[in-house]
Design a protein around this ligand. Sequence first.
Ligand code: COA
Length: 162
Amino acid sequence: MNIRPETDADKEAVYDVVRAAFDQVMEADLVDQLKGNGDSVFSLVAEKEGEIIGHILFSRMQSPEGALGLAPVSVLPAHQGSGIGSALIREGLKRATDAGWKAVFLLGEPAYYSRFGFSVDAALPFETLYPVQYFMALELTTGGLSAGGGAAVYAEPFLELG
Ligand SMILES: CC(C)(COP(=O)(O)OP(=O)(O)OC[C@H]1O[C@@H](n2cnc3c(N)ncnc32)[C@H](O)[C@@H]1OP(=O)(O)O)[C@@H](O)C(=O)NCCC(=O)NCCS
């Protein structure tokens, strides 16, 4: 299994992977909107024997400054539970850190995402529209998240989802 940046040629395969992972088109359409709007900062694919089996996207948040939103992360159902999602997340966090991003926010299951360093407590100072028990953050640099909080606002296409 190989993890690499998504290219234009991957667009349709990525759409299919995201739709299959979530069993609906909403997240796949969101991925296309984020790419089309320029809100996507980078996305990675997991490839096995020439087939795209996983995908992750990081998008620019409207605030706080220097923060990325991690969403969605998708693995084809037949390949779930074999470490592909974890590998995509770890590689994405490494690339975000190397590129100088300060923090990453996500909405997800703490039981899964805490293993990568995300915590509900780190996100608590930030105002969000989402349920606080699932809203998590990870600092990529020391002091990357202002202790004073503020609003945590995803890119526009997320807001349209409600
Ligand atoms: C969530 C997802 C990306 C994880 O990728 P994966 O390759 O299946 O996960 P990994 O093999 O790296 O990790 C497996 C671990 O994650 C846990 N896990 C997977 N999905 C989980 C979830 N929704 N909630 C809690 N734990 C979860 C598994 O129980 C397993 O735990 P263990 O290591 O303690 O046994 C993948 O299952 C998926 O595409 N799901 C459907 C789409 C989705 O819900 N995406 C996340 C929201 S953006």
